[in-house]
Design a protein around this ligand. Sequence first.
Ligand code: SF4
Length: 378
Amino acid sequence: MAPGLYVHLPFCPYICPYCDFAKWPRRASVAARYLAALRAEMEAHASEPAETIFFGGGTPNAYDAVAIEGLLADLRAHFPAPDASVEREICLEVNPELVRPGDFERYRGAGVTRISIGVQSFEPSEIATLGRKHVPADVARVVESARSAGIPSLSIDLMFGIPGQTPASWRGGLEAAIALDVDHVSTYGLTVEAGTPYAAWQAREPGAFLDADREADLYAAAIDLLGAAGYEHYEISNFARPGHRCRHNENYWENGEYIGLGVGAASYRSGVRWVQTRSLEVYLEAAAAGEQIPRDEERLSPERACGEAIMLALRTEQGVRLGAFKERYGVDVLARYAPIVAEYEPAGLLARGDGRLFLTTRGRFVANDVCGAFVTFE
Ligand code: SF4
């Protein structure tokens, strides 16, 4: 299968205090240089088909829709669809308060099929705590205008574990997403990353943050509410109406190959994974000069690659398909990882059936521990 293509657009109109992504406050002159650098990086890359295209950030719609339209036209020409008769998934992340009238018509005209809306919360006090700037009514307006522009698939991101969040406010956010009838919901637990203002806040006032049990209760509520509303829990953090799974992300979980363009972007080809420099200036200069972008590169050992493939597959509803896995990697998972299976299966965290090994619902609450055991197994 052709690789997925990820394009990083790193500028934001404001910086959220919990954020650890490669991002910078938007300045028009740097944003213009960055677009030129992306095009130069693309030109230096051999033209080849890409299964999907995903614009992430940063805040991709900190660029106006005309800029996105132009960039996408170039990317589509350089990385054509593997099968021209089928419309491929092209996804764009947006911040709701930045959407302008007519944006979705332009995106749709340029080939975008999926919009992922960075909502995080519908509760004004939580939105303020996160340092974000939308009001709940923005979300309804954005969903409505994306639908009327004919965008086929709409997703909302919601965050649990926000300081001050209550079970009632979390349920309220999930119910709001369901009431908007979006096609897909991603639910992420807040992670406090070292070096962010949130890390300093947590060090000063640890009690402001939710503990693991309270977070697990919120996650359980998401599983219940979204499941009852007809969303398939197809990956630990992701819920989709039938036919609306994120194809681009499914490729990651299938351990498929991907190409990343832009500052801090990651790629995975032929067993080698690399992450490009997170220095914006270094990126801009290298790309503009047509030089290789400085990067950290790692060739995975066969054991590590196998452990990671299991970890990724376990994140999904179907888990590891044991027969297909043996064919692809030459590894009998139940034999090689017998001690792990012997520990977690009786504990009710892993289960087997239909030739698959998968996380149980309880296992999904401690997925990092169970999946991590496969990655570090020797
Ligand atoms: S908008 Fe997104 S990428 Fe930008 S600072 Fe906030 S969380 Fe980070």
